[in-house]
Write a protein of this length. Structure first.
Length: 131
C-alpha cells in the first residue's frame, strides 16, 4: 500500500540521517584528538558505509533526484543539529537562516512533481540498428 511505502521511505531517511549525524560527530572528534585521529576517522567510516544501503534503498523506492536531495539535505540538517547539541558552536543568525533555507528547499523538493522512475531500457543490437 502507499502508506506502507511512505513509512518505509521515512524509516530509510531517518536511519540515513541518524547514521550520517554519527559520522559527522566521529569526524569532529577526530579533529579534536590528535592521538586518536585514526581511531575516530576509521570509526566514522565504519559507521558511515552501511548508511549507503539506505540511500540505495531510497533510490529503489522513489525518484532518484528527490531521494538524493532529501537524503543529503536531511543529513546536513541532522548533522548541524548534532554538532550544535554536542559541541555548542557559535552560530550566527544568518547561518540559522541558511539552515532554514535548506529546510524550505527540502520541502519544495518533496512536494514538487514526483516524476517517474523507469528502469533503463537495455538496448539490443537489433534495437540500436533501427532508424
Amino acid at each position: 500500500t502507499q502508506q506502507r511505502a511512505m513509512l518505509k521511505i521515512a524509516l530509510f531517511l531517518g536511519l540515513f540521517w541518524l547514521i550520517q549525524s554519527l559520522v559527522t560527530i566521529g569526524f569532529k572528534l577526530s579533529s579534536l584528538h590528535d592521538k586518536q585521529f585514526w581511531l575516530w576517522v576509521c570509526a566514522a567510516h565504519a559507521i558511515g558505509v552501511p548508511s549507503l544501503w539506505f540511500l540505495v534503498r531510497l533510490y529503489k523506492e522513489m525518484n532518484e533526484p528527490v531521494a538524493f536531495g532529501l537524503a543529503m539535505g536531511g543529513a546536513f540538517l541532522a548533522s548541524q543539529i548534532a554538532l550544535f547539541l554536542a559541541f555548542k558552536p557559535a552560530t550566527s543568525l544568518l547561518q540559522w537562516v541558511g539552515v532554514l533555507a535548506i529546510c524550505a528547499g527540502m520541502v519544495m523538493l518533496a512536494v514538487g512533481s514526483p516524476g517517474t522512475t523507469q528502469p533503463p531500457v537495455a538496448q539490443t543490437p537489433q534495437a540500436a540498428e533501427m532508424p
